[in-house]
Design a protein around this ligand. Sequence first.
Ligand SMILES: Cc1cc2nc3c(=O)[nH]c(=O)nc-3n(C[C@H](O)[C@H](O)[C@H](O)COP(=O)(O)OP(=O)(O)OC[C@H]3O[C@@H](n4cnc5c(N)ncnc54)[C@H](O)[C@@H]3O)c2cc1C
Length: 276
Amino acid sequence: MTSTVLERTPLHVTGELLSSRRIGAHHHVTLVAPGVAERFRPGTFVAVTTGPERLARRAFWIHKVKTSGGYGATLELVVEPRGAGTSWLVSQPAGTPLAVTGPLGRPFALPTEPVACLLVGEGYAAAPLFPLAERLRERDCPVSLLVAGSDEADLLSALEARRSARAVTVVTADGSVGRRGTVADVVDEVLQGAGAAVVYAAGTIPTLHAVASAAEQAGAWSQVAIEQPLTCATGLCHGCPLPVVGESGSPRFVRACADGPVLRGDRVVWDELVGP
Ligand SMILES: Cc1cc2nc3c(=O)[nH]c(=O)nc-3n(C[C@H](O)[C@H](O)[C@H](O)COP(=O)(O)OP(=O)(O)OC[C@H]3O[C@@H](n4cnc5c(N)ncnc54)[C@H](O)[C@@H]3O)c2cc1C
């Protein structure tokens, strides 16, 4: 194998939980997972064991990587305790060993020209957009952010968002911060204001659908990071079929974990997609 193929091959490692900090509605969980951070690209995820009682690992976006420090490279995940697996993970003490596989999936594709980009993130799912903003800025792409959540606690890193982008719009469903409403309510206007040629989005299925439709109407490219319930998360079991239309316009299924989770928004057959 060439070195590039090797670098992109996911690793199965025994990592270790370094810390878990609650910030708003989420927990920021830092892990040491040897080799995984070094292979990270924005939009990829890890599958992490969540306790001895659950065989299936749970998927998490990689939010940050830090390549220096006493422990070597570390990964930061943003976890919203929802069910048994996520609740277990956020309650573990430092030093807990964790089986980690990753980085998994196809990352966001980066523009080759310094075009304006809009990044739309909802709740914890905004996690992969922050490292993406960094990569886009390195390519001189003007970055605007639209950050959404149900309330203030659900907004991810609103302060950091202001450092990451030239313009930030915040919307919350309860109006506690920013404008009251949803991504769907404001995306057309924000897209127009940003003059974006590419839109990247991560959030719930209805939000991604709204963003993809707005981008298509505005003549912009969209790339959406889709969360579908995964089984093996590595592409082997074909247990996460996602309906798309191919280049020729004919419908087919791709694997959400391995052919996604990032896909072109105009390729997804949204009406057949049911959110978890
Ligand atoms: C590619 C990918 C990246 C993800 N990144 C993150 C992340 O960064 N942080 C995070 O907290 N979660 C993330 N998730 C979602 C997380 O993996 C699932 O919610 C997982 O099932 C939670 O495990 P659990 O045992 O706590 O809850 P479960 O018992 O598995 O599920 C609890 C409830 O949540 C519902 N549910 C399951 N999956 C989802 C989902 N994707 N979205 C919304 N509801 C769901 C179930 O239907 C059930 O009602 C990601 C999922 C995918 C596919």
